[in-house]
Design a protein around this ligand. Structure first.
Ligand SMILES: [Zn+2]
Length: 697
């Protein structure tokens, strides 16, 4: 769901992240001896000067500055002089300070975003050779040192002295009563809630690179998988990356009426070997051996289908991968744990992911996921899948993909329609106001929004790059072939246009710059999916079909059920690592297997009738995405809530305009404003009930 590449979001989030990092003296760190005296002295002095009404603000600000102040920042005289100079003791000064930071940080973020876009242009756009120097430009991060600079010149301390840091609990408990300005102040302060030393950032970046590389080179050469009869079920030259490609092939095999089941069982067996680390090390990323994943027998390859470098192994044997999967996850854990002392408002990765990035407390996320996993709809849908398959479920059917409607038009017909309509990026751009009006935007608003979106030819499949400041424009990057846009390209372009519309409205029409955007990526994805679902309407060839809506909902439910299970595995393993920081890879492995089996046995065995399956632990994200998986599950639910709301309103344009104006406040508050309910599973569960009824008709 969230796989589409959104360059601007990444840049904006990267800048926000960079702005929020920098060296924090945690609670255990002893402040310099003079600090306490200086604080008390200044408190008295400044309350006498500005009045008792400033007392609470002053105390909080003094503590926030003291918490982050280090030896290199100066001694008592420097500290005291800084506080006297920069404490905004009157509303007039505070207003001026807030406005100036808002204005100037917009300029900073916006221009950094423009530099980043320009530096990546040659790599991102379909405009000729990428030279090695283009890659160096693309990898450069112009904002990388801003937080360090802001602590050095003390702008970060000015923010910490005058605006409050908050915990998630405070934001959720009090946020509903805050004014828009208060929310904007909170978002400003959050940018400086961490001061992480460069060497710690470096360690995290290195761990991320190591885990990425481990995953990126984990290919299985499918033609070299041998069954009991010595047959090769998969075609030559099929190289599949774990786990995405393996899973996608498994899904594709549902349409193979001959060998489909045998292929799916074999892929499941390969996944099992990876998770349990009984996979022979020599078969990973190696087309020079043949492997029977059931007996685990390995032999020199009897056929050649790839020109790869042979693995430098002296002898061919089936000695297992030595728990590298879990050693890699431990490397990630040890690196991110180093950030903990410098992140006082969220002192673990678990807290940073739930409290800061998602802003939904972990217990609530867990309860929401369990409400899907425990839903009485699960056995009903499982039964329906068994009927459609004509056999009992097998564990890999967590990836069942048969809830799909047959379109009225063939792909070739659609290609022809789209190619004629959009031969060039300019043709798409020229038609945007018209498309937006079909989605319900007024003529004036459609022209305004389209005027803020540029259309560029993408090298890859397409992405949406938003602006970072109001004077800049969003970019819709889309793939257009020599003979025009094909249907797939159009479908993606409409999705990206949804992002661009959200980006434009939530930046240009927002009341406070610090509130621009949406609470997290799931929200912008949901809006993009609403647009994407109307692509045929935009071509003027859609006919309403309740059956296809029902199928889509059942598919969403089943995907959410599956990824909710994986999310719980991801959450439990991070807790265990935090509880056992000295664990060995082998201990981590046995715990992972235990957790995956427990979750399977609790939520999946009742319908799959098989125990102790470890498939939920195959996700590559568990190894390299640092507790990101729950976002996919929550993303499905958010998508349904927003989709249902927009549908109910009857006017996509007007409703999208209304809901995105809330900006990046806490997700639950945003969702209450949009739909009347906090983030949750009710909308998906209700829609699934209706879909089942529709289906049984
Ligand atoms: Zn997207």
């Amino acid at each position: 769901m969230l796989k589409t590449y959104h360059f601007s979001r990444i840049i904006v989030f990267a800048i926000i992240f960079i702005l929020t990092i920098g060296i924090y003296m945690n609670a255990q760190t002893v402040h310099p001896a003079w600090m306490k005296d200086s604080q008390l002295k200044l408190e008295k002095e400044l309350i006498a000067k500005y009045g008792e009404s400033q007392s609470a603000r002053l105390q909080k600000g003094l503590k926030q500055v003291a918490d982050f102040w280090q030896g290199e920042d100066g001694g008592a005289a420097v500290f005291e002089n800084f506080i006297r100079t920069h404490f905004a003791g009157s509303q007039t000064t505070l207003d001026a300070m807030f406005k100036r930071f808002e204005y100037l940080l917009e300029k900073l973020n916006g221009h950094m975003n423009e530099i980043g876009l320009a530096f990546r242009e040659q790599s991102d756009l379909d405009q000729g050779t990428i030279y090695p120097f283009d890659e160096t430009f693309a990898a450069f991060s112009p904002g990388a040192h801003i937080t360090d600079d802001f602590f050095k010149n003390k702008l970060a301390f000015i923010v910490l002295l005058n605006f409050p840091l908050t915990t998630l609990d405070e934001r959720l408990t009090n946020g509903g009563q805050w004014s828009r300005r208060q929310w904007a102040e909170v978002r400003l302060a959050q940018r400086f809630s961490k001061r992480i030393p460069a060497e710690v950032n470096q360690a995290v970046a290195e761990a991320a690179a190591i885990t990425d590389q481990y995953i990126a080179e984990y290919n299985i050469y499918m033609h070299h998988l041998i069954d009991a009869k010595g047959s090769r079920l998969f075609p030559p030259k099929m190289r599949l990356l774990s786990h995405w490609n393996l899973r996608d092939e498994l899904k594709a095999d549902y349409s193979d009426k001959g060998n489909g089941i045998a292929k799916q069982r074999m892929i499941q067996q390969v996944m099992d070997r990876i998770v349990t680390q009984t996979i022979p090390e020599i078969v990973i990323n190696n087309p020079y051996v043949d492997w029977n994943p059931f007996t685990n027998e390995v032999k020199p390859a009897a056929v050649k289908d790839f020109d790869a470098f042979p693995k430098s192994k002296n002898e061919i044997n089936n000695s297992p991968e030595p728990d590298t999967r879990y050693a890699t996850l431990l490397k990630a854990f040890h690196a991110v744990k180093k950030v903990d002392p410098y992140s006082p408002t969220a002192p673990t990765l678990i807290a940073r992911q739930f409290d800061e990035n998602r802003e939904i407390p972990e217990e609530r996320v867990k309860a929401i996921l369990e409400s899907v996993l425990n839903s009485p709809l699960v056995p009903q849908i499982a039964k329906l899948i068994e009927e459609r398959l004509g056999r009992p479920l097998e564990p890999y059917d967590i990836w069942y993909n048969g809830f799909r409607a047959k379109g009225k038009y063939s792909e070739a017909q659609l290609d022809e329609i789209v190619k004629k309509k959009y031969p060039t990026p300019d043709a798409y751009k020229a038609d945007m106001p018209n498309m937006l009006m079909k989605l319900g935007f007024s003529k004036e608003r459609a022209a305004y929004i389209a005027g803020n979106i540029l259309v560029d030819p993408a090298r890859g499949s397409g992405h949406a790059a938003g602006a970072g400041m109001r004077s800049a424009k969003a970019h819709l990057r889309t793939r257009i072939g020599k003979d025009g846009m094909d249907y797939k390209g159009f479908n993606i372009a409409v999705h990206e246009m949804g992002h661009n519309v959200e980006q434009t409205l939530s930046l240009n029409d927002i009341d406070h710059y610090f509130l621009n955007g949406v609470p997290n990526t799931a929200f912008t994805e949901a809006i993009a999916f609403v647009f994407q679902a109307h692509d045929l309407d935009l071509l003027g060839i859609s006919t309403p079909d309740p059956q296809s809506d029902a199928l889509k909902t059942l598919n969403d439910f089943w995907m959410t059920y599956e990824i909710a299970g994986v999310s719980l595995v991801d959450m439990e393993i991070w807790h265990w690592m935090y509880d056992h920081p000295g664990a060995t890879p082998s201990e981590l492995k046995s715990t992972m297997l235990k957790i995956a089996k427990n979750i399977w046995n609790t939520y999946f065995t009742p319908v799959f009738k098989k125990k102790d399956v470890v498939l939920l632990a195959i996700y590559s994200h568990i190894i390299h995405s640092f507790l990101y998986i729950p976002d996919y599950a929550i993303g499905h639910l958010i998508s349904h809530q927003i989709g249902a709301q927009v549908k109910k309103s009857g006017n996509i344009g007007a409703e999208v305009e209304r809901i995105v104006k809330a900006g990046c406040i806490a997700p639950d508050l945003w969702m209450k404003n949009a739909t009347g309910l906090p983030v949750g599973s009710e909308t998906l569960l209700d829609a699934t009930k209706r879909a089942l009824k529709e289906f049984k008709k």
